[in-house]
Design a protein around this ligand. Sequence first.
Ligand code: CO8
Length: 256
Amino acid sequence: MEGKLTWVEIQDGIGWIKINREKKLNALNRDLIDELHDRLVDFQKDSSLKVVILTGSGDKAFVAGADISEFSSFGPQEAAELIRHGNKALFDFIPQLEKPVIAAINGYALGGGLELAMACHLRIAAQHAKMGLPEVSLGIIPGYGGTQRLPDLIGKGNAMEMILTGDMIGAEKALQMGLINKVVPSEKLLEASINLAERIMKNAPNSIKNAIKSVNSAERISKGFQEENFQFSNCFGTADFDEGIAAFFEKRKAKF
Ligand code: CO8
């Protein structure tokens, strides 16, 4: 089924969602967040469906981040409102789903794109995928849970390095660090995602649901996420923000 910004299919107990903004490297705007939320709500209700696989269209990007053109003129209030909405509808919503969501990372997963992959329960990446949180190069910080979920996955030291440098890493390094569960040749990405889904689907749905809740309860939630929201909004309306965003649109390196 083709939506405005996503393509959806249910096949053999798997709910597929493909983000469909290839020309903009599947960048995440508010409409896309809302459409993804609606798709996931439908999937949650559908008892024929056991596992969700989320991927991006094309072979270049999973999601290259939040849509910079959408928030480029935002002040702190609008930024706070957009991340509050995005976190509620998607980034805090996915982890709580009762069905596992696998991110099939088919290319760049940057900024909000990596945060989206990290909100999923499991991650498989194509060999050519690149991952990073480049927000500091734009004069902002990760705002969709990245400062909390990245240290949970790869440890504080590695997360600090990725967040403070904004550098991208390749799929093999991401695997070594524990950021992803598996790396496969690009042409095997969907097959490997189905294989992982099938290994889960043979188990008791009620146990899967309870296991997700139980694992989630160990997260260092709330205070850290609130602090991230606050610090994220504080980056807006600053000279660094103006320079970072201008540099992106002018396709040059920012000079802070
Ligand atoms: N937002 C909007 N448009 C984008 C984005 C993005 N994140 N990424 C790529 N695009 C667009 C480009 O502008 C370009 O559009 P056009 O053809 O109209 O000029 C098109 O996609 C293709 O991109 P490029 O020409 O740049 O492709 P390259 O192969 O040269 O480069 C890169 C690929 C390296 C991935 C490059 O596109 C890039 O650096 N993109 C931005 C990556 C980034 O900084 N991501 C983080 C964004 S900030 C964020 O995610 C914050 C999350 C917190 C929440 C924010 C809510 C307020």
